[in-house]
Design a protein around this ligand. Structure first.
Ligand code: ADP
Length: 270
């Protein structure tokens, strides 16, 4: 019986090497494409608030500055556009740091109930302005300790609850729910706002995708919130789920592992 010839062995090695190289080239091409698209999207998004601020400032310079009322109105609008620009750059930086892996995850043990309580208190005044009630539900007998990146999970919950307020009707309701089952905790954010059409539902996690562009911008949205949420949860090996009914509202939810509190070991007695 003859063993595999040296030539065939070399051929095999060359083939698998070529295959690996092809894959590498494909990845590089995909990355380049992604970067090109990303830059095009960013430029487009940056233009909107820059153009707006420019417009107000130039109108002021062209004479509107003499009218006290117009001056105040236009300066306020220019400031609003610059704030939007600032938020956009901040979100872009977060997203790009996360995509490049610079933004590392720091896992620690913390209580999700406490985190949500704190966050809801922070967001309540924003909701109250539009007569929106935030209700928080959890089982008092249960523990909601998890091991995760606390700051990033705060950001996830902040984005979800802010959206539930932003895209709700005045006088609407937001329900935040904590549930635990076996070794998992579920965080659920429900609103009774306008809901998301099925054709948009699978796209809302893409960067800059908005169901209604002008409404999102008007409300200070950058279109990056849910892309950031998705990334953060991927870093936790978790994912975001959503279900929505137009005219009724939406439910966003995700899971994190329960940090099992081990019963204290009985001390050895002598
Ligand atoms: P934005 O900064 O525009 O809010 P997001 O990435 O957070 O960006 O959300 C993407 C889009 O998904 C929003 O523009 C909005 O159209 C839609 N959306 C997100 N959350 C909700 C919600 N709770 N109800 C209705 N629409 C929502």
């Amino acid at each position: 019986r003859t063993s595999i010839s040296p030539l065939r062995k070399i051929n095999k090695t060359i083939n698998s090497y070529a295959l690996a190289k092809n894959k590498e080239i494909e990845t590089l091409q995909k990355n380049a494409e992604f970067r090109r698209e990303f830059i095009a999207d960013i430029s487009h998004e940056l233009k909107t608030p820059i153009f707006a601020a420019q417009g107000y400032v130039h109108t002021l310079l062209d004479g509107a500055v003499d009218d006290k009322e117009v001056r105040y109105k236009f300066l306020k609008r220019a400031a609003k556009s610059l704030n939007a620009l600032d938020k956009l750059v901040h979100d872009l930086l977060t997203l790009s740091q996360m995509e490049s892996g610079v933004n590392k995850f720091h896992f620690e043990s913390f209580d999700l109930r406490e985190l949500l309580q704190e966050l809801i208190e922070e967001l309540e005044h924003k909701a109250e302005k539009r007569d929106i009630l935030i209700r928080f539900f959890y089982d008092k007998d249960k523990t909601f300790k998890t091991i995760a990146d606390k700051d990033k999970i705060f950001r996830v919950c902040q984005n979800l609850i802010s959206n539930a307020i932003k895209y709700n009707n005045d006088g609407g309701e937001v329900e935040v729910r904590l549930k635990s089952h076996k070794n998992q905790i579920t965080v659920e954010v429900k609103d009774n706002g306008k809901g998301i059409p099925p054709e948009d539902l699978k796209r809302i996690f893409e960067r800059f995708y908005r169901v209604e562009k002008s409404r999102s911008r008007e409300k200070g949205g950058t279109g990056l919130g849910l892309a950031i949420v998705k990334h953060i949860l991927e870093g936790h090996k978790s994912k975001i789920s959503v279900s929505s009914t137009v005219g009724k509202g939406s439910i966003f939810s995700f899971e994190l592992p329960l940090d099992q509190v081990l019963p204290e070991k009985p001390k050895k007695t002598q």
